[in-house]
Design a protein around this ligand. Structure first.
Ligand SMILES: NC(=O)c1ccc[n+]([C@@H]2O[C@H](COP(=O)([O-])OP(=O)(O)OC[C@H]3O[C@@H](n4cnc5c(N)ncnc54)[C@H](O)[C@@H]3O)[C@@H](O)[C@H]2O)c1
Length: 245
């Protein structure tokens, strides 16, 4: 799964799963653009061996995304791969959730991906080549206390299918649904929440960010050339079916 000569634009690559994807794609030969709200994204860029670019920006700002896309094209000439990975959660039960908490999560997780796909999808169609990967979550099926997060991640799944139809045949669009992955986001959950998750995973452990990065590498490479519109669950078996043992 070689990405030599390819340019990957990864949102939220300053931490966790996004940073692991930046490292994995770099090792596979790609040049990586790290787009993140957190200035720590610069350290990830500095650690890569191929030429890379860090852009400090917010996925909720169409202007930030536009400028980052322009800077990427000025630096590398094109964008071949887009990973919509930036995500947040603000968990609360539906009846206690504020409008602000709803909007914040939907704006970053869903609208941010829409904005980046619109901007970069156009460029990919002109180049007649592109791979888009949206990072959803097992929570897209619904999860207690995550009305906003689950809805945003379910939205990403249907956005993926729709874009797969509309951007075919040049651009493939797929999604990954990670289960519990050991990142700062997962660690920020309360202990009870984490233990509930871990008890239900057939593989008996949280995933590593690198394990999501390997799945993303497959979908970003030409090894997956006949796959579009799909959702790949990378969750240690968590959502594989009822386990009433
Ligand atoms: N960790 C898990 O268990 C898990 C499970 C399922 C899905 N996911 C999804 O994977 C993705 C990555 O999660 P992670 O665990 O690596 O989280 P993380 O918090 O470690 O990293 C997320 C990154 O996104 C950046 N970010 C947040 N809001 C942003 C914005 N508005 N604009 C630009 N950058 C922004 C943050 O600065 C951070 O660097 C998220 O979409 C998350 O929903 C994670």
């Amino acid at each position: 799964m070689n990405l030599t000569g390819k340019v990957a634009f990864i949102t939220g690559a300053g931490s966790g799963i996004g940073a692991a994807m930046a490292e994995t794609f770099d090792q596979a030969g790609a040049s990586v653009v790290i787009f993140d709200l957190n200035p720590a994204g610069q350290e990830v860029a500095d650690s890569l061996k191929n030429p890379s670019l860090f852009v400090n920006g917010n996925v909720t700002s169409a202007q930030d995304i536009k400028q980052a896309v322009q800077a990427s094209i000025e630096t590398f000439g094109k964008i071949d791969i887009l990973i919509n990975n930036a995500g947040i959660f603000r968990d609360k039960k539906l009846l206690q959730m504020s409008e602000e908490e709803w909007d914040a999560v939907l704006d970053v997780n869903l609208k941010g991906a829409f904005t980046a796909m619109k901007e970069i999808g156009q460029h990919m169609m002109e180049n007649k080549y592109g791979k888009i990967i949206n990072i959803s979550s097992v929570s897209h099926k619904g999860n207690f206390g995550q009305a906003n997060y689950s809805a945003s991640k379910a939205g990403l799944v249907s956005l993926t299918s729709t874009a797969a139809f509309e951007l075919s045949p040049y651009v493939t669009v797929n999604a990954i649904a990670p289960g519990a992955i050991d990142t700062p986001l997962f660690q920020s959950m309360d202990e009870k929440g984490k233990q509930k998750f871990l008890k239900k995973i057939p593989l008996k452990r949280a995933g590593k960010p690198e394990e999501i990065a390997q799945a993303a590498l497959f979908l970003a490479s030409d090894a997956s050339s006949y796959i579009t519109g799909t959702l790949l669950e990378v969750d240690g078996g968590l959502t594989t079916g009822l386990n009433l043992r």
